[in-house]
Design a protein around this ligand. Structure first.
Ligand code: NAD
Ligand code: MG
Length: 392
């Protein structure tokens, strides 16, 4: 029996994870479920999966949840420390890290430091803490498996020898595919007028609102380049972004002999979730078999950095190193929220990030405290830029 904690159970990834778990009750048992504010949904999940512990964001939310599930054996907790506790608990083997944004860093790191099997969906956590996170995984003998569909595809396409000796494994490049999001072909001069509803309407995937906006700006791909850098120890030059609007090939690895190995499948996150849960075995995920004969065509082209300046900003942050990716991530989180709240326009997102990156000098990412300090400074600076743009 694998005992699982799901951080961010009420989100898109959280719900897909529970869907896969429900298909294999003999293999998996839910230890803890966490959510920020959606108490009713969490209560329904507790009823269905009967976890030992449930964590919410505030005392009020905890009180409501406790009332809703008073007849269950689940103990209710709240707050940041409780998230870290359920992630590091001796009663859990595996932690699905599916909180969105920097809020997920502390509990994801706590899981790594406790030597858990960490299934990483929360890419922002790794973007912020990079080397520190990977060092914690190594030091505490945690197992890190990627949930992001591209990284899961790369993981599946790499040779077994890569983890031991990446230099001798014959890998030439990592080809990170990107759908290009909803604005791949929209006239560039109309991007100023995009609404949150339009930005959240992804052509191939149904996801949370933050990652949906990130996909529309292609910051999502930028964060994924940084994520790939850390997960696979690959320098920026080795990672190539390829636009593939159909999202059927989830990413590829090319080799020195000219071979390209790819992972394909229907665009449904239950496939990478099931892969990581059962690794190295395979389990049924609920995703149907891919019917290649129904695919009209598969297209590939290079990204347009004029249309998607966020992608260029992310490559820049990766090359700058240190706390630069943490600054990028923090500014992006603030800008995306401001856009969703209709305080700034769509194109203002990259303006906010660009200005914050210019304003704040990045430093060494020597400790998590140093990273969090830079994160806080970048958020404050981004709020100031947002306020200025909102007044303009
Ligand atoms: P979502 O918005 O649907 O869900 C987010 C979850 O995090 C919710 O359970 C919410 O309660 C919780 N949460 C939000 N703020 C919190 C806070 N301050 N403290 C504690 N918990 C908080 O998001 P999602 O689409 O499921 O994405 C989750 C993560 O997975 C993101 O990092 C995203 O980039 C990544 N990811 C998602 C997809 C996808 O298909 N949805 C694919 C790849 C990667
Ligand atoms: Mg992805």
């Amino acid at each position: 029996m694998q005992r699982i904690t799901i951080l961010g159970a009420t989100g898109s990834i959280g719900a897909s994870t529970l869907d896969v778990l429900a298909r294999h009750p003999e293999k998996y048992q839910v230890h803890a479920l966490t959510a920020h504010g959606r108490v009713d949904e969490l209560a329904a999940q507790c009823r269905a999966f009967r976890p030992a512990r449930a964590v919410v964001g505030t005392a009020e939310a905890a009180q409501r949840l406790a009332q809703l599930i008073a007849d269950l054996p689940t103990s209710v907790e709240y707050g940041a420390q409780a998230l870290c506790d359920v992630a590091a608990s001796p009663d859990t083997d595996t932690v699905m890290a599916a909180i969105v944004g920097g809020a997920g860093l502390a509990p994801t790191l706590a899981a790594a430091r406790a030597g858990k099997k960490v299934l990483l969906a929360n890419k922002e956590a790794l973007v912020m803490s990079g080397q520190l996170f990977m060092d914690a995984v190594k030091e505490h003998k945690a197992t890190l498996l990627p949930i992001d569909s591209e990284h899961n595809a790369i993981f599946q396409s790499l040779p077994q020898s890569y983890a031991r000796q990446p230099g001798d494994s014959g890998v030439a490049r990592i080809l990170l595919t990107a759908s290009g999001g909803p604005f791949l072909n929209r006239a560039v001069d109309t991007l100023e007028d995009v609404t949150p509803e339009e930005a959240c309407k992804h052509p191939n995937w149904v996801m949370g609102r933050k990652i949906s906006v990130d996909s529309a700006t292609m910051m999502n791909k930028g964060l994924e380049v940084i994520e790939a850098h850390w997960l696979f120890g690959a320098p920026a030059e080795m990672i190539e972004v390829v636009i593939h609007p159909q999202s059927v090939i989830h990413s590829m690895v090319s080799y020195v002999d000219g071979s390209v190995v790819a992972q394909l499948g229907n665009p449904d996150m239950r496939t990478p979730i099931a892969h990581a849960l059962a690794f190295p075995e395979r389990i049924e995920s609920g995703v149907g078999q891919l019917d290649l004969t129904r695919m009209a065509s598969l297209q590939f082209h290079r990204p347009d950095y004029q249309r998607f300046p966020c992608l260029a900003l992310a490559f820049e942050a990766l090359r700058d190193g240190g706390t630069a990716p943490a600054l990028l991530n923090a500014a992006n989180e603030v800008a995306v929220q401001a856009f969703l709240d209709r305080r700034i326009g769509f194109r203002d997102i990259d303006r906010v990030i660009g200005r914050v990156m210019d304003e704040i000098a990045h430093g060494a990412a020597a400790s998590i405290e140093a990273v969090m300090e830079q994160d806080a400074r970048a958020r404050a600076a981004a709020e100031r830029v947002v306020a200025g743009l909102a007044r303009a």
